[in-house]
Ligand binder design. Structure first.
Ligand SMILES: Nc1ncnc2c1ncn2[C@@H]1O[C@H](COP(=O)(O)OP(=O)(O)O)[C@@H](O)[C@H]1O
Ligand SMILES: [Mg+2]
Length: 278
């Protein structure tokens, strides 16, 4: 699906009948209506703005992560992109770090109907530890029951260096899962050409969550198959990413993205990083 860049006239306000997103720690996310295609009814989306410190790359990460998951044929929200949010369109309840005196660029994704895994299994930071352990165990066995899918997620997160694939970022939908929130791809919110290390061992939440069960021959086979499938899809991904590199301000950073992804996918290091049982 194409990524859209929309003007603020496409923004149609907060969506009142969608529950507000409470997850955000480093970003502010809210449900909103957007007229994606002129003259058609607005669609339900989630809009997200990030702090503006110059070194941050969150919006770049959202885009590259989205393109990566699309190319690798993992389910993502159908439509997504950037939108300008004018000063008088910024929601009232923003955290302090949002500069309300200037317009903001938000990343938006089409709303997916369904609970996140975090919501489905009611795991949050505030519940009793023993109850939490029980619910976590249920969430683990659910994911382990979808071996090929979850192997693919682990490999994609490794390739894209997404360090934040937590249970809030997998939305249950029509019998499968849709992947959202790629703001922490490419090793996290702050990176530059010199810190992107293709052989680096970056945090892979789902892999950690499913240890040690993923250390089986069957699971390794699924991960290796995922890697081979994704390698075949690298060339079209590079073509897509190339079209968007202009959004990265710094030339060195811009040139670092494709070699990083290519090397992580096709270099020799993945076996070790993901602990394939060969
Ligand atoms: N496209 C979407 N469809 C459904 N729910 C979404 C979507 N985007 C965000 N959400 C909800 O909003 C929450 C926060 O959005 P997310 O992009 O994960 O931001 P954060 O970086 O704050 O975790 C998600 O955990 C999910 O509950
Ligand atoms: Mg999230």
């Amino acid at each position: 699906m194409p990524v859209y860049c929309l003007e603020n006239s496409c923004y149609r306000g907060q969506a009142i009948n969608t529950p507000p997103a409470a997850d955000g720690k480093s970003a502010f996310t809210w449900p909103a209506l957007i007229e994606v295609d002129r003259g058609t009814p607005p669609i339900r989306t989630f809009c997200k703005i990030y702090p503006e410190e110059p070194a941050r790359k969150d919006l770049v990460n959202e885009l590259i992560g989205y393109l990566g998951l699309e190319a690798f044929e993992l389910s993502t929200p159908k439509r997504a992109g950037f939108i300008e949010i004018g000063v008088d369109q910024i929601p009232k309840n923003t955290p302090e770090w949002v500069n309300r005196n200037q317009s903001q660029v938000a990343w938006w994704t089409e709303a997916v109907d369904g609970p996140s895994l975090k919501g489905r299994f009611k795991v949050d930071d505030n519940i009793d530890p023993s109850l939490c352990a029980h619910r976590m165990a249920k969430a683990r066995s659910t994911l382990l029951g979808r071996r090929d899918f979850i192997a693919k997620v682990i490999v994609a997160d490794d390739v894209l260096a997404n360090i934040d694939r937590n249970l809030g970022n997998l939305i249950a939908h029509t019998g499968g899962y849709v992947l959202i929130d790629n703001g922490a791809c490419l090793t996290g919110p702050i990176w530059n050409a010199s810190t992107l290390n293709a052989s680096g061992l970056y945090y892979n939440i789902i892999k950690e969550f499913l240890e040690p069960e993923i250390r089986s021959l069957d699971f390794s086979r699924s991960m290796i198959k995922a890697k081979v499938d994704m390698s075949a899809k690298l060339a079209p991904l590079i073509t897509e990413v190339n079209k968007w590199l202009f959004i990265v301000d710094n030339e060195d950073d811009r040139s670092a993205i494709i070699p990083f992804i290519s090397e992580r996918l096709n270099g020799a290091g993945m076996n070790k990083r993901l602990g394939f049982v060969l």
